[in-house]
Design a protein around this ligand. Structure first.
Ligand SMILES: [Zn+2]
Length: 230
């Protein structure tokens, strides 16, 4: 009986490995543009978002530079020792999970939030306005806002689930993925507007609006992650 090993490594890691082998073996030289996401997706038989995760993983590993709207370029041939962020979760799966959970958490937060958390929310939104005014965006403020909402929902189990989701969201791969989005000024502004609407609805104890605003926010972020970049 001849059995084949089943790989349970994440798909993006397997794809990144294949592209890395091409780069390290010298098939693609430093400075050279890699085939487009679309062409890689077709030739590897996977979805474009998986190719995107793989390219960003290679970027985190220092082998590739991703230029949104242009393409991916070989940055270093590495010598085969550079490690991929293997243990990172898939950014597309993280946003998928957040979309299922966070709208309900926002609705609960609108019912349960206390004065102290209201103050925190307002301060974080103020910080976000100041950041956007100087063309900045920070993962820390983003996490702070969503964390205050998770705390305010008054359910320790949900809060712990979200802490674990945000630990995944803060991994290098997902942070880099979001940074690419936040480099686009229209995306930064859209996200700030979303965050203000969510905070206002929660502070006003408006559960239905909090739920729909959080849902719209995460749908928007997911669509930006999946939009065509090149
Ligand atoms: Zn957000």
């Amino acid at each position: 009986m001849k059995l084949q090993a089943v790989s349970n490594r994440k798909l993006y890691v397997q794809i990144a490995d294949q592209i890395r082998d091409q780069i390290v073996s010298g098939t693609a030289n430093v400075g050279q543009q890699l085939p487009s996401e679309r062409d890689l997706a077709i030739s590897l038989g996977v979805s474009r978002p998986t190719v995107r995760e793989a390219l960003i993983a290679l970027e985190v590993a220092g082998l590739v530079e991703v230029r949104v709207g242009v393409g991916a370029f070989v940055k270093s041939q590495g010598g085969g020792t550079i490690g991929l962020p293997e243990h990172n979760h898939s950014p597309i799966e993280i946003i998928g999970a957040r979309r299922l959970i966070e709208p309900e958490v926002a609705a609960l937060a609108a019912q349960n939030i206390g004065p102290e958390s209201k103050g925190k929310l307002l301060r974080i939104v103020d910080t976000m306005h100041a950041e956007i005014a100087t063309n900045r965006w920070s993962s820390e403020s983003d996490r702070a806002l969503h964390t205050v909402i998770a705390e305010a929902c008054n359910n320790l189990v949900l809060r712990e689930i979200l802490t674990s989701l945000w630990d995944s969201r803060s991994e290098e791969l997902d942070t880099r993925f979001h940074q690419h989005l936040a480099d686009i000024s229209s995306v930064r502004k859209h996200i700030l507007n979303d965050h203000s609407q969510i905070a206002t609805a929660i502070i006003n104890a408006d559960s239905a609006t909090a739920r729909s605003a959080m849902s719209a926010h995460l749908r928007y972020v997911e669509s930006a992650m999946l939009a065509i970049w090149d």
